[in-house]
Design a protein around this ligand. Structure first.
Ligand SMILES: [Zn+2]
Length: 245
């Protein structure tokens, strides 16, 4: 494509001013698009929420296991109690007369009682472990509830931000479409060629004697040419189009 002739003085300065304004739209548009991308990447369940939920499930599992263990221990203790009763009854009934048999019976009873005491201790330990597991579950549920509440409010803000940005992008795009037709074709070509390599800033405002893009002080002849508005003048260092406001 062959570029058309460049606009003449005065008209040219206006064109550069329009190009600078157009660049501002483009920059805002890009920033809004980048932010929208960030917002969208944050939508959905967070790691914290997933972890807190998994923790609740884990603690619930621990409680179930502790309950099973406690029931087992309790039933072991009950069984043992049932074993003691007939031995005890037999002993106290006084039907056993033989000293050897009596001694054996007493020894049996003692051994059964010792075992009983051990089993009761184990049942108690299992009950304490169950209580600890229930407390851990309750803590995990409270933590999950906090995380969930925070997540809900964060997501609501993100959804609102997403809607605002989508609206802003549509409005900037329509503004851009209106402005682009005002800009000289050859200038637009130069802009499109420069912008991608200059972080979207193809046009730099002259700031005192320096380029507003790269901050380098410009030689007098460059400044004079830029101020005269007779030509498109570019920064001798960063090559941006210089805009004299
Ligand atoms: Zn520069």
């Amino acid at each position: 494509m062959v570029a058309g002739p460049l606009p003449t003085r005065g008209v040219l300065m206006t064109s550069i001013a329009e190009l600078y304004a157009f660049q501002a739209i483009d920059l805002e548009l890009q920033a809004a698009k980048d932010e929208l991308e960030d917002v969208q990447s944050e939508l959905g369940e967070t790691e914290a929420l997933v972890a807190a939920r998994a923790n609740v499930a884990e603690e619930r599992e621990s409680v179930a296991e502790a309950e099973r263990r406690f029931k087992d221990r309790e039933s072991e203790a009950d069984d043992q109690r049932n074993k003691i009763e007939p031995v005890q009854a037999k002993l106290y009934k006084g039907t056993v007369q033989q000293p050897k048999e009596l001694e054996d019976l007493q020894q049996d009873l003692e051994s059964l009682r010792r075992r009983m005491s051990d089993l009761e201790d184990r049942a108690l330990e299992a009950m304490e472990a169950l209580e600890a597991a229930q407390q851990a579950l309750s803590d995990a549920e409270a933590a999950f509830s906090n995380v969930e509440e925070e997540y809900g409010s964060d997501q609501a803000k993100l959804v609102e931000r997403q809607a605002n940005l989508t609206e802003r992008i549509a409005s900037l795009e329509s503004e851009r479409a209106q402005e682009i037709i005002k800009i000289d074709e050859s200038m637009m070509q130069l802009y499109n060629q420069l912008a991608p390599n200059k972080q979207g800033r193809a046009v730099a405002k002259l700031d005192g004697g320096a380029c507003g893009g790269c901050r380098i002080s410009l030689p007098t002849n460059v400044l004079q040419r830029a101020r005269s508005g007779s030509d498109i003048v570019r920064c001798s260092n960063c090559e941006r189009i210089l805009f004299v406001s």
